[in-house]
Ligand binder design. Sequence first.
Ligand code: MGD
Ligand code: MGD
Ligand code: SF4
Ligand code: MO
Length: 694
Amino acid sequence: MGEVQEHRRGCNICEAMCGLVIQHDGENVLSIKPDPEDPLSRGHICPKAVALQDFRTDPDRVTKPLKKVDGVFVEIGWEEAFDYAAERLRMVQEAHGKDGVGVYLGNPNAHKFANLMNIPGLVRALGTGNRYSSATADQIPHHVASIHMLGHPMLIPVPDVERTEFMLILGGNPIVSNGSMMTAPGFGKRMDEIKARGGRVVVIDPRRTETAVKAGEHHFIRPETDAFLLLALIHEVFAQGLERPAALPVTGIETLRDAVQPFTAALAAQRTGIAEEVIKGLARDFASAPSAVCYARMGASTQSFGGLCQWANNALNILTGNFDAPGGAMFTTPALDYVGMTSRKGKVRSYPERRSRVSGQPLYNGEYPVSVMAEEMETPGAGQIKALVTIAGNPVLTAPNGRRIEAAMETLDFMLSIDIHVNDTTRHADLILPGTVALEEIMYDMVFHSFAVRNTAGFAEALFEPPHGNPQEWEIIATLAARIAGTNAPMPSPHQMLEGLLPRGFHGDQVTLTAMLESGTALDLGPLVPNLEARLETPDGKLHLAPQVYLDDLPRLLAFAPEENREFPLQMIGRRLVRNHNSWTQNSARLVKGRNRVTVQVHPEDAARIGLEEGGEARVASRVGSVTMPVEISDEMAPGVVSIPQGWGQKNGKIREAAGVGSVSINDLTDDTRIDPLSGNAAFNGVPVALTPA
Ligand SMILES: Nc1nc2c(c(=O)[nH]1)N[C@H]1C(S)=C(S)[C@@H](COP(=O)(O)OP(=O)(O)OC[C@H]3O[C@@H](n4cnc5c(=O)[nH]c(N)nc54)[C@H](O)[C@@H]3O)O[C@H]1N2
Ligand SMILES: Nc1nc2c(c(=O)[nH]1)N[C@H]1C(S)=C(S)[C@@H](COP(=O)(O)OP(=O)(O)OC[C@H]3O[C@@H](n4cnc5c(=O)[nH]c(N)nc54)[C@H](O)[C@@H]3O)O[C@H]1N2
Ligand code: SF4
Ligand SMILES: [Mo]
């Protein structure tokens, strides 16, 4: 055992980037504690941070390349593995064309700067247009809104939580999730601060969430009806004469006024279940607050009207003067300017960029909706996916109707996974290349610095060596790309890339690797500042309030009325748990101990009618499948709505199995034909289901 040392870094698990102080002896972690000096997280961490050490020493972790031989994985060397991968991918492409290879990128990539820098090279080497990622399961409506309204998919508005006086939250539960497309660690404390300065937080959610309880103001909403509410708020702002558009070049105000005419508070009340007077009052209070911000997230994005929701969310903020202004929705100026690096200025683009081969769903940002992945593998013809590469992704558990994807994987000619586990997805691979975990990698969180409620910049060196002298994950990706392309170009290191890019970012020479390292976990670059006008990338340089794609989708919304579904009378939504992150943190004993929280939550009235008992088992069925799981009766749920945690259902895993928790996947029930046709996002929420006692 070496001497005790301290290492500081941002946590990579969720989007919050909490600052950590890790004590170690050079070989093992001794403790993981919050960094009180981190300018963003200010001493916040959640229970998952401590588990970072477990992911490295996980008994189920894959640490050697695994090749499937006669249905069994056998360990092979790296050279053989790279040759095998390149050869098999080449064979598939020779037989079926470039698009014969599909690529699926999972959520952990978002935190890995070096992966993000090297994946485009791999995609180029493959030359495939068949690309998928967790982003089209999760957040594409945000990117679509930014494309159509602001001209660039990554110009994402972030609530200025540090200064706002009124925060309206739809479909987000940041006390548990710590925020999404809003990096806001310690959200509970931030809510206290809003209230302490006389502000308000109002939560709209079909479940009385942890965030709703803390806010003190909560309204149940019928799933998938948020667009009615948001458009009625805009309608009311106009009707009450409260519009005061942002001091930005805005176009489309009159078109918006006309478009929202049919969306009255009375109609919204009927559809959402929220009283008309409440809606009118919310509009008045929101528009007349000194500053206000509407934040609509997962629950409002991953539903049948996710596209309209994100447009209306922006439009409400813009129309009330709360866009690019303190206390409203603002834009980060990160040290690494991803928007600038990928500027679309002057490039003529039409949207959606393409449509999918089989069912014609839209493609934005170069990626198809995950919802069409199965049919693209199943349906013969030019462009069919015959081989798949997954990098840190688990679509069998995380994409809608995951078991259909699983069955389709079995028909592939070849599958390669870069992952740390043999799980429900990767067990179908012919080759698994073992990735590196966070503590074995450098940390610079390019994506989430861009979504943070305060500008900071943090960098950390790798703390430990990868097992068996394995390559870094980015080296695996870069080597594969080189093998496939048949090139031998030297690969720039992540350090070299950062050193090249940072001087061109918003803070120039102020942010260097040394300055970040010396600062602790992160340098403080100050609160968000107005900056949008110069960054708008629309062809006319204006902010577009009423793009045509949204107007075209309004008749579909108007025609949407809740109908009685005899076969599947309840609506299912997802739930996040504090001690779990998506599908991959269940191999940590400290995170899975205790009672099984993977339950179906049901309102007491529904439970009584169906004959369900607390702690008893229920069979939950949808159009695509059924599961059996424990019942939790709770008036946290709106009547008619049930909730099931996402990310579970792993078939194997020594630690999870020993704990005896969470073997049900919500995505055995979600329906891949439920999609927001505007954005292509999966509609995970509002799935019609039936419950019966099991
Ligand atoms: N019904 C329903 N479905 C949902 C959601 C929901 O709310 N409801 N949420 C959606 C959301 S928001 C998201 S982001 C997606 C996530 O969807 P995915 O990205 O597909 O799922 P993850 O669980 O994040 O997948 C992580 C994968 O990466 C592997 N992994 C973990 N760490 C590493 C690493 O360091 N290196 C490598 N190479 N591999 C690693 C894990 O073993 C696992 O296979 O799920 C979506 N699915
Ligand atoms: N602990 C933990 N934290 C996480 C994750 C995790 O798995 N665990 N995952 C991370 C990831 S990848 C992401 S993307 C973020 C997501 O972070 P959030 O956006 O906060 O997502 P959720 O916590 O799923 O909250 C979604 C909320 O929407 C509600 N909802 C469902 N349907 C509707 C609807 O139709 N209308 C309205 N108004 N609300 C609805 C649900 O009840 C739920 O409270 O969390 C991140 N943080
Ligand atoms: S809130 Fe997210 S970033 Fe912070 S410690 Fe927990 S998992 Fe890590
Ligand atoms: Mo996500």
